[in-house]
Design a protein around this ligand. Structure first.
Ligand code: FEO
Ligand code: CA
Ligand code: CA
Ligand code: CA
Length: 581
């Protein structure tokens, strides 16, 4: 296949214009093709998709809903293995005439089957039914591992050992490990647990509340069909979500793992850097307003080679090590007024430190046991005095420079109503458009330096910053979410903006080195109401995930706002699209 030649400087394509089309819009000279859609069969015997004949059994063998993170791994025979997260289900788009007050058990079970991950073999750009294909859902058995496995906080009536849990949910972003497995972040798990208002024990109530688990019924009302969603029946089931999950996609019989050593929060994803001595660091974000950036450094060292034995050794690296949380200090104190005006030194920049929270059985947080640190990590990070950030999304080390890039997507509450005011890493109050942070981190140490690469928005907005590049030449960009790199080292960013600038979300490229550093160019946009995610940038193709097309106010399955990708009067379907030159 033709090389895409995404060479910096001057990524070789004409940027697309901001638009509101119900289509994937790509630059001149490129082609596109839908690779897979929600409901396409991936397991033997699964039926073709039929919007009006959905069943849990069908969905268990079909591509799930709202595909977010996407990974592409080479197979020895030249084919590739694609792995996708299915973050959540929007029932009113999935079921005609959905009655939110009275969902049926059948609808709930379809939703459980539509969550999780898919593993599917691609022959060129075409999914094929293959023995490696797999669906992981909200009922698939998982192993809980690491320092909190077996803890009292993880035991439930269904699992008195606290080491076996069922399913994964709200899998947002993720990462590919150097040993060929997939990491996936369990993000907004709080929304599935009902009747926190029945919990009387103060410490338990505080812990639930710190993760946003409050109130009586849930929106989806799954608690009517399975007591594990009902906190009046047991309180520990939420503690079995909010982890980083690791899946070995090369072994469809393997039990996926939840790594408690990486802490429990609303994980966006995790990405690995290998240290010079062979240990590994995982960088992670907790995606909520005023939450934190985390790092884990393993005790063990990576075993090279692609054998199953090496993979099993390497999968244990994330079970033993030190968990840290970040603090940031700006070097222009007193000059940050919340408007986004650059300080006199010309940069939003400064220093930072990684504060250790726990190492295996040892807690570094006063008044908390190691198990408490791992299971209630947000409370530990609060006590450690971590810096409150503008919604940390993807955090990913650059493949060659080792610099770490973090998307801080937005924070409309910054500086309002008694919330933390702007600071140098989060320099705008009521921050609608987000920023991209660059860290120079030595993963063997505990100090780093940092600067903002981008302060996003319409370049005509004086509060924006594009690494000093001429703002008349850049594409507008808002709400950075996922990041990726091409083989030349350029940074690629997808956005999840909910229409913050009035045009569709998309995929953007930006060189990081030389005179083109900061020259943001829009490569594609996704259909109306969709979020762009899961970018994969290979030398011969780009994959983009269009999550929740048609998700705009007032739309539902009886009144669709998008007919992408099938056209006509069809219902919208979250899909993966391939683009090539
Ligand atoms: Fe699911 Fe942080 O986006
Ligand atoms: Ca998402
Ligand atoms: Ca500064
Ligand atoms: Ca995301």
């Amino acid at each position: 296949a033709a090389d895409l030649d995404f060479s910096a400087p001057g990524l070789d394509f004409e940027p697309i214009r901001p638009n509101t089309e119900d289509a994937v819009v790509i630059p001149e000279g490129f082609q596109q093709q839908v690779v897979i859609r929600w409901g396409d069969p991936i397991l033997p015997g699964a039926p073709e998709f039929d919007f009006d004949a959905q069943t849990p059994e069908a969905q268990e063998g079909q591509f799930g809903y709202n595909n977010d993170f996407c990974a592409l791994l080479p197979l020895p025979d030249g084919r590739r293995l694609m792995i996708n997260n299915h973050e959540y289900v929007t029932e009113e788009f999935v079921f005609r005439g959905y009655d939110a007050d009275n969902p049926t058990e059948q609808q709930a079970r379809i939703s459980w089957a539509a969550h999780g991950l898919s593993v599917v073999v691609l022959d060129d750009k075409k999914p094929v039914i293959d023995p490696l294909n797999r669906r992981i859902t909200l009922t698939t058995p998982f192993e809980l591992r690491g320092p909190a496995a077996g803890s009292e906080f993880l035991k439930t009536p269904a699992d008195p050992t606290g080491t076996r849990s069922l399913g994964t949910m709200n899998n947002c972003s993720g990462g590919v490990t150097p040993w060929g497995t997939i990491l996936s972040g369990e993000e907004n798990f709080h929304q599935y647990f009902a009747h926190a208002d029945s919990v009387t024990e103060p410490a338990t109530r505080e812990r639930l509340a710190r993760y946003g688990i409050e109130g009586a019924e849930t929106d989806r009302k799954w608690e009517r069909f399975d007591s594990r969603w009902d906190l009046s029946q047991q309180v520990n089931e939420p503690n079995r979500f909010g982890w980083i999950v690791e899946v070995d996609p090369h072994d469809p019989t393997s039990t996926p793992v939840k790594h408690t050593a990486l802490g429990r929060f609303k994980h966006e994803g995790a990405n690995i850097r290998v240290l010079d001595d062979g240990r590994v660091a995982a960088y992670m974000g907790d995606d909520e307003k005023f939450e934190y950036l985390y790092r884990f450094v393993s005790d063990g060292t990576v075993k090279p080679g692609g054998s199953g034995l090496a993979r099993r050794h390497n999968m244990a690296l994330l079970d033993s090590g030190t968990l840290y949380v970040a603090t940031f200090t700006g070097d222009s104190p007193g000059e940050i007024d919340g408007s986004g005006t650059l300080p006199a030194d010309g940069e939003f920049d400064g220093a930072g430190a990684w504060i250790p929270l726990a190492h295996n059985d040892t807690s570094f947080v006063e008044g908390m046991s190691a198990e408490e640190v791992y299971v209630f990590t947000r409370l530990a990070a609060d006590k450690a005095g971590a810096t409150k950030m503008d919604r940390p999304e993807d955090v990913q080390p650059h493949p060659t420079t080792g610099r770490v890039y973090a998307a801080l997507t937005n924070n409309s509450d910054r500086g309002t109503d008694g919330h933390a005011p702007a600071d140098e890493p989060n320099p705008r109050n009521s921050n609608k458009h987000g920023q991209v942070l660059e860290l120079d981190d030595d993963p063997a140490g505990t100090r780093f330096s940092w600067r903002l690469l981008l302060v996003c928005g319409d370049p005509a907005d004086p509060s924006t910053y594009f690494a000093g590049y001429d703002k008349s030449q850049v594409s507008p960009i808002t709400c950075p979410d996922n990041v990726a790199f091409d083989s030349r080292g350029n940074l690629w960013i997808t956005t999840d903006s909910s229409d913050a600038l009035g045009f569709n979300d998309g995929l953007y490229a930006v060189p990081l080195e030389g005179p083109e550093r900061g020259h943001v160019k829009a490569f594609l946009s996704v259909p109306r109401g969709a979020e762009a995610c899961g970018p994969v940038i290979e030398d011969d193709l780009v994959l983009i995930s269009a999550q929740h097309p048609g998700e705009v106010d007032g739309a539902n399955a009886d009144n669709p706002a998008s007919h992408w990708p099938d056209g006509g009067t069809t219902q919208p379907r979250p899909s993966v699209v391939a683009i090539w030159r």
